[in-house]
Every structure is written in C-alpha cells, then in structure tokens.
Design a binder for this molecule. Sequence first.
Ligand SMILES: [Zn+2]
Length: 312
Amino acid sequence: MFDSYPTQSDAYEFFSGGSRELKGLVTVTSGNTDRCVLISGGIHGDESCGPSSMTFIARHLRANMGRLNGTVHFLLGNPEAFGARKRFMEKDLNRSFLSSYSDSYEAKRGKEIEKFLINNRNIKGVLDLHSVPVGDTQMLIYKVRDKDIAQRVSPISTHLLYDDKHLKGLFLKAADRYLNCFTAAVECGNHTAKESHLRSMFHILSMLKEFEIFDEPELLNLFSSEVDDGPIITRYEIIESITPKTGFKYVIPKVATGVQISKGMIYAQSDEGNHQATKECCLVLPSKDFKMEYSEFGFLCSKEIITRKISS
Ligand SMILES: [Zn+2]
C-alpha cells in the first residue's frame, strides 16, 4: 500500500483540485455534518508530512465511503509556500492570525481561513500537523482545557501547553476563537524522516476515531509503531519565546528539545550580547537556521513530569 503513498508533488496536485470555498481545502463527507473535524497541514510550506498523509487518508476515505459517518475537512494551510517548498512566502502563516492589519500574502491567507472557520462552526475538533527542523521531536501541543481529549487522540509523551500570552497569531488560537472546540497540534518528527509521515497518518486516523467518524483499527495499529508513547509525560510550558536577533547562535554543547539550561547559564549569543537564562528551564523546538523573518528561534520552558492516567 505504501507504493501509493503520495509524494510532495502528488499532494500539491491533490489539493490544487480542492474546493471553491477555500483554496487548498478538500472535504470528504458521508453527508453527516454533525460529526465534523478539520485536519490541517502545510501551514508551514516546508513540512510535507501533513499534506502527504492527508492526501493518503482522504483517498482512503473516498475508497471506503460506506464506513464513513461524518465530515472531514482536509486543509493545506499555505498552498503557495508548499508549492515553492518554502516555510512561508512573506510571513509565518502560523503567526498571521492577528486582527492587526498587514498586507502580506500570509495575512491575506489567514483571513481566508478565518472566513472558512466562521462559516463552518459545526467543526468539533481541529488537528494541525507539523514537523521539526532539528532532531526527530514528537510533541503534542494543546491548551489545558483539551488535555483529556489530547491524551486520547495521541499517545505522544512530550507535551507543550500553549496559553494566551505566547504564540500570538497561532492558527490554533484562531480555530479556538471561532469554533471553541478541541484544538491541538502535533509535531510528527523531523521534516525529512519517513516516520513523520506514519505518525501523521496515525494522528489523523486517531482523530477520526475519537470523533466517531471513521474507525479502522488495523490501519491505526499499522501506523502506531513509530509513535513515541509511554506512561510518563513530559509537559513543557513556555516561559519565554527566543525572539530573532541578528548574529544569533546557540552556545550550548547540544541544541535539542529537552536540553536543560540552568539559571544564569549563557545559552546563546547575538549582536546584542550574551543571552542568559533567568530561571531553570529547558530548550524546546530550537531552530536550525536563524532567519530574521522567523517568529522565534525556540522557546525556554518550564518542565513538569506527570504520570499518564490509564483509562479503564
Ligand atoms: Zn510547523
């Protein structure tokens, strides 16, 4: 079956033939619009696991319509950047859901997607698929409110909680504002790892199962092998976003999610001087390159270890 797994170009093609309502949208429905979820990927155009896996699952659903009971919107977030194989055209789309005026391509795209959200308030859950440039980090990102559903949808044992203070203009925040429903994002691993695609497909199917739209245990099981699970959850909370500065570089021996930085330690340097941690913290989702147009170069987070609740 993996012979038919869509390449980046196949996925681009697939989403080009999408809906008139919104560019990059493909909807598969049994006619039941009460059970409805939105799966998105390619909000960052350099992350192919979301769009390819959405293409695969959308085709699979179409081939098995008799077992589908609900509506699934698949959204290629940033078609232009995905076509160009770039993270974004002008601005990070995943920080462009802001009310303040900007005329970048991504700000306009953000408005189009918001309009779609406003017109589709029957959506009960949103899952946004991503991958990372450094390491093979798997991470589940959500608001505290959604922790129970998040843990049912994903066995990933590294979590990042987002709040109102940080990640301004995040797509999930817009989704939550208009839909007020379960919203989560998954970092599926490295941009270039084939495992990221399996993890991405696992999470799509797991969402469809959770919302009782489509359930295929064998396939879910097949895709589960690469997903990092465990009884212990490491939960990060953002203390500080590492904002772009010219001449920025990390000066710690290992740059990866989870690396501990003690209070007072110089973790980076830039043209502004040394950057020192004001608290005991961990580095999370560091960038590999340091383009000034990026939203941040990583995060400093507090860390909490929790034991997973085993549901009976
Ligand atoms: Zn991303």
